[in-house]
Design a binder for this molecule. Structure first.
Ligand SMILES: Nc1ncnc2c1ncn2[C@@H]1O[C@H](COP(=O)(O)OP(=O)(O)O)[C@@H](O)[C@H]1O
Ligand SMILES: [Mg+2]
Length: 230
Protein backbone atom coordinates (compact mmCIF):
# COMPACT_ATOMS: atom_id res chain seq x y z
CA UNK A 1 0.00 0.00 0.00
CA UNK A 2 2.55 2.61 1.16
CA UNK A 3 6.06 1.90 -0.08
CA UNK A 4 8.96 4.18 0.75
CA UNK A 5 12.35 3.39 -0.69
CA UNK A 6 15.75 5.07 -0.42
CA UNK A 7 14.12 8.29 0.72
CA UNK A 8 16.28 11.16 1.94
CA UNK A 9 14.88 14.16 3.82
CA UNK A 10 16.51 17.49 4.54
CA UNK A 11 16.01 20.61 6.61
CA UNK A 12 18.26 23.05 4.79
CA UNK A 13 21.58 21.24 4.42
CA UNK A 14 20.97 18.67 7.17
CA UNK A 15 20.22 15.18 5.93
CA UNK A 16 17.82 14.04 8.67
CA UNK A 17 16.44 10.85 7.07
CA UNK A 18 18.93 8.66 5.22
CA UNK A 19 17.97 6.12 2.54
CA UNK A 20 14.80 5.10 4.36
CA UNK A 21 12.97 1.95 3.30
CA UNK A 22 9.59 1.53 4.97
CA UNK A 23 6.55 -0.43 3.83
CA UNK A 24 3.06 -0.43 5.21
CA UNK A 25 0.97 -3.38 4.10
CA UNK A 26 -2.64 -2.93 3.09
CA UNK A 27 -5.05 -3.41 5.98
CA UNK A 28 -2.37 -3.43 8.71
CA UNK A 29 -1.43 -1.20 11.61
CA UNK A 30 2.25 -0.34 11.37
CA UNK A 31 4.19 1.62 14.01
CA UNK A 32 7.38 3.62 13.74
CA UNK A 33 8.94 3.95 17.16
CA UNK A 34 12.03 5.74 18.42
CA UNK A 35 13.35 8.27 20.90
CA UNK A 36 12.86 12.00 20.74
CA UNK A 37 14.62 13.66 17.83
CA UNK A 38 15.45 10.57 15.74
CA UNK A 39 13.36 11.71 12.75
CA UNK A 40 9.93 10.15 13.22
CA UNK A 41 7.95 13.33 12.57
CA UNK A 42 10.27 14.20 9.70
CA UNK A 43 9.40 10.84 8.14
CA UNK A 44 5.67 11.59 8.31
CA UNK A 45 6.19 15.14 7.07
CA UNK A 46 8.14 13.67 4.16
CA UNK A 47 5.21 11.41 3.32
CA UNK A 48 2.97 14.49 3.37
CA UNK A 49 5.34 16.62 1.27
CA UNK A 50 6.08 19.05 4.08
CA UNK A 51 9.88 18.69 4.01
CA UNK A 52 12.44 18.44 1.21
CA UNK A 53 12.89 14.90 -0.17
CA UNK A 54 15.27 15.28 -3.11
CA UNK A 55 15.78 11.56 -3.63
CA UNK A 56 13.97 8.29 -3.23
CA UNK A 57 10.45 7.12 -3.77
CA UNK A 58 7.14 7.29 -1.90
CA UNK A 59 4.43 5.23 -3.55
CA UNK A 60 0.82 4.79 -2.57
CA UNK A 61 -0.74 1.80 -4.33
CA UNK A 62 1.95 2.08 -6.99
CA UNK A 63 1.47 5.82 -7.57
CA UNK A 64 4.56 8.00 -7.08
CA UNK A 65 3.94 10.85 -4.63
CA UNK A 66 7.41 12.23 -4.00
CA UNK A 67 7.03 15.29 -6.23
CA UNK A 68 3.36 15.93 -5.49
CA UNK A 69 2.18 18.90 -3.43
CA UNK A 70 0.69 18.05 -0.04
CA UNK A 71 -2.85 18.80 -1.15
CA UNK A 72 -2.70 16.20 -3.92
CA UNK A 73 -1.26 13.60 -1.57
CA UNK A 74 -4.30 14.06 0.66
CA UNK A 75 -6.52 13.68 -2.40
CA UNK A 76 -4.71 10.43 -3.22
CA UNK A 77 -5.95 9.06 0.09
CA UNK A 78 -3.62 9.96 2.94
CA UNK A 79 -5.12 11.26 6.18
CA UNK A 80 -2.60 12.99 8.46
CA UNK A 81 -2.86 13.76 12.18
CA UNK A 82 0.17 15.91 13.05
CA UNK A 83 2.08 15.85 16.33
CA UNK A 84 0.44 18.21 18.82
CA UNK A 85 -2.87 17.72 16.93
CA UNK A 86 -2.99 21.24 15.44
CA UNK A 87 -6.69 21.76 15.74
CA UNK A 88 -7.94 25.35 15.50
CA UNK A 89 -8.65 26.45 19.07
CA UNK A 90 -10.89 29.40 18.16
CA UNK A 91 -13.09 27.41 15.79
CA UNK A 92 -15.88 25.18 17.00
CA UNK A 93 -15.60 21.41 17.08
CA UNK A 94 -17.97 21.18 14.10
CA UNK A 95 -15.99 23.76 12.11
CA UNK A 96 -12.78 21.87 12.81
CA UNK A 97 -14.36 18.63 11.58
CA UNK A 98 -15.75 20.33 8.46
CA UNK A 99 -12.22 21.43 7.53
CA UNK A 100 -11.61 17.78 6.69
CA UNK A 101 -13.92 18.25 3.69
CA UNK A 102 -11.56 20.79 2.08
CA UNK A 103 -9.36 18.25 0.27
CA UNK A 104 -12.45 16.82 -1.42
CA UNK A 105 -13.59 20.23 -2.60
CA UNK A 106 -15.32 21.36 0.59
CA UNK A 107 -18.46 19.62 -0.57
CA UNK A 108 -20.33 16.63 0.76
CA UNK A 109 -21.13 15.84 4.33
CA UNK A 110 -19.23 14.43 7.23
CA UNK A 111 -19.81 10.66 7.24
CA UNK A 112 -21.82 9.36 10.20
CA UNK A 113 -19.15 6.85 11.20
CA UNK A 114 -17.07 9.77 12.46
CA UNK A 115 -19.67 10.54 15.10
CA UNK A 116 -20.10 6.84 15.91
CA UNK A 117 -16.36 6.54 16.49
CA UNK A 118 -16.15 9.65 18.65
CA UNK A 119 -19.53 10.26 20.33
CA UNK A 120 -18.06 13.11 22.37
CA UNK A 121 -17.67 15.24 19.23
CA UNK A 122 -21.36 15.73 18.31
CA UNK A 123 -22.05 16.36 21.99
CA UNK A 124 -19.56 19.24 22.00
CA UNK A 125 -20.18 20.35 18.39
CA UNK A 126 -20.64 24.02 19.29
CA UNK A 127 -17.77 24.29 21.76
CA UNK A 128 -14.50 25.87 20.79
CA UNK A 129 -11.82 23.33 19.89
CA UNK A 130 -9.47 24.96 22.38
CA UNK A 131 -11.87 24.24 25.25
CA UNK A 132 -11.65 20.45 24.77
CA UNK A 133 -9.30 18.26 26.82
CA UNK A 134 -6.12 16.93 25.20
CA UNK A 135 -7.72 13.55 24.57
CA UNK A 136 -10.81 15.12 23.02
CA UNK A 137 -8.63 17.32 20.80
CA UNK A 138 -6.80 14.19 19.66
CA UNK A 139 -10.13 12.59 18.77
CA UNK A 140 -11.10 15.76 16.92
CA UNK A 141 -7.86 15.74 14.94
CA UNK A 142 -8.38 12.07 13.99
CA UNK A 143 -11.98 12.77 13.01
CA UNK A 144 -10.90 15.67 10.80
CA UNK A 145 -8.37 13.42 9.04
CA UNK A 146 -11.03 10.73 8.46
CA UNK A 147 -13.64 13.00 6.89
CA UNK A 148 -12.11 12.66 3.41
CA UNK A 149 -12.21 8.83 3.73
CA UNK A 150 -8.47 8.18 3.41
CA UNK A 151 -6.98 4.82 2.37
CA UNK A 152 -4.26 5.25 4.96
CA UNK A 153 -4.32 7.21 8.21
CA UNK A 154 -1.00 8.41 9.59
CA UNK A 155 -0.77 9.62 13.18
CA UNK A 156 2.12 11.38 14.90
CA UNK A 157 2.31 10.49 18.61
CA UNK A 158 -1.43 10.20 19.26
CA UNK A 159 -0.83 9.36 22.96
CA UNK A 160 1.41 12.35 23.70
CA UNK A 161 0.22 14.29 26.73
CA UNK A 162 -2.93 12.21 27.15
CA UNK A 163 -4.05 10.49 30.35
CA UNK A 164 -3.99 6.67 30.41
CA UNK A 165 -7.76 6.01 30.39
CA UNK A 166 -8.18 8.19 27.31
CA UNK A 167 -5.17 6.58 25.60
CA UNK A 168 -7.14 3.36 25.80
CA UNK A 169 -10.16 5.00 24.10
CA UNK A 170 -7.93 6.29 21.34
CA UNK A 171 -6.46 2.82 20.87
CA UNK A 172 -9.97 1.38 20.57
CA UNK A 173 -10.93 4.04 18.02
CA UNK A 174 -7.80 3.43 15.92
CA UNK A 175 -8.47 -0.31 15.93
CA UNK A 176 -12.05 0.31 14.78
CA UNK A 177 -10.82 2.60 12.01
CA UNK A 178 -8.58 -0.24 10.89
CA UNK A 179 -10.84 -3.25 11.33
CA UNK A 180 -14.30 -1.80 10.66
CA UNK A 181 -13.55 0.92 8.13
CA UNK A 182 -10.71 -1.05 6.52
CA UNK A 183 -8.29 1.87 6.68
CA UNK A 184 -4.56 1.07 6.82
CA UNK A 185 -2.74 2.85 9.68
CA UNK A 186 0.79 4.14 10.27
CA UNK A 187 1.49 5.42 13.78
CA UNK A 188 4.58 7.22 15.06
CA UNK A 189 5.04 6.69 18.80
CA UNK A 190 7.44 6.73 21.73
CA UNK A 191 5.09 4.84 24.03
CA UNK A 192 6.11 1.20 23.60
CA UNK A 193 3.26 -0.43 25.56
CA UNK A 194 0.70 1.26 23.32
CA UNK A 195 2.57 0.19 20.20
CA UNK A 196 2.85 -3.43 21.34
CA UNK A 197 -0.88 -3.54 22.00
CA UNK A 198 -2.01 -2.09 18.69
CA UNK A 199 0.46 -2.85 15.90
CA UNK A 200 0.98 -5.68 13.42
CA UNK A 201 4.44 -4.52 12.40
CA UNK A 202 7.07 -2.33 14.07
CA UNK A 203 9.96 -0.25 12.78
CA UNK A 204 12.48 1.11 15.29
CA UNK A 205 14.30 4.28 14.23
CA UNK A 206 17.56 5.75 15.46
CA UNK A 207 19.14 8.91 14.01
CA UNK A 208 17.21 8.83 10.75
CA UNK A 209 17.71 5.12 10.08
CA UNK A 210 15.78 1.92 10.78
CA UNK A 211 17.73 -0.25 13.23
CA UNK A 212 15.17 -2.99 13.89
CA UNK A 213 11.92 -4.17 12.34
CA UNK A 214 9.55 -7.10 12.39
CA UNK A 215 6.09 -8.45 13.07
CA UNK A 216 5.02 -7.30 16.52
CA UNK A 217 4.43 -10.90 17.58
CA UNK A 218 7.99 -11.88 16.59
CA UNK A 219 9.84 -8.98 18.22
CA UNK A 220 11.12 -9.07 21.78
CA UNK A 221 9.72 -6.16 23.77
CA UNK A 222 12.97 -6.09 25.79
CA UNK A 223 15.07 -5.73 22.63
CA UNK A 224 12.90 -2.91 21.35
CA UNK A 225 13.00 -1.22 24.76
CA UNK A 226 16.79 -1.51 24.75
CA UNK A 227 16.96 0.26 21.40
CA UNK A 228 14.74 2.98 22.82
CA UNK A 229 16.95 3.63 25.85
CA UNK A 230 20.55 2.83 24.88
N1 LIG B 1 11.98 22.59 11.16
C1 LIG B 1 13.18 22.05 11.42
N2 LIG B 1 14.32 22.64 11.02
C2 LIG B 1 15.54 22.10 11.28
N3 LIG B 1 15.73 20.95 11.95
C3 LIG B 1 14.63 20.32 12.39
C4 LIG B 1 13.30 20.82 12.16
N4 LIG B 1 12.40 19.97 12.71
C5 LIG B 1 13.14 18.97 13.26
N5 LIG B 1 14.47 19.18 13.07
C6 LIG B 1 15.57 18.28 13.50
O1 LIG B 1 15.40 17.04 12.84
C7 LIG B 1 15.69 15.96 13.70
C8 LIG B 1 14.51 15.02 13.73
O2 LIG B 1 13.37 15.68 14.29
P1 LIG B 1 11.94 15.02 14.36
O3 LIG B 1 11.63 14.37 13.07
O4 LIG B 1 10.99 16.06 14.85
O5 LIG B 1 12.16 13.89 15.48
P2 LIG B 1 11.10 13.01 16.29
O6 LIG B 1 9.76 13.23 15.70
O7 LIG B 1 11.61 11.61 16.14
O8 LIG B 1 11.18 13.46 17.71
C9 LIG B 1 16.03 16.58 15.06
O9 LIG B 1 17.42 16.62 15.18
C10 LIG B 1 15.46 17.96 14.98
O10 LIG B 1 16.22 18.84 15.75
MG1 LIG C 1 8.05 14.00 16.58
Amino acid sequence: MLNISKMNSYYGESNIIRDLDLNVENGKICCLIGRNGVGKSTTLKSIMGLVKTPSGSIQLDGKELIKMPTYDRVKCGIGYVPQGREIFPQMTVQENINLGLQPIGGKGTVPDYIYDLFPVLPKFAKRKGGDLSGGQQQQLAIARALVAKPKILILDEPTEGIQPSIIEDIGVAIRKVNKELGITVLIVEQYLQFVLGISDYIYVMEKGEIVMQGNTSDLSAEEVQKKMTE
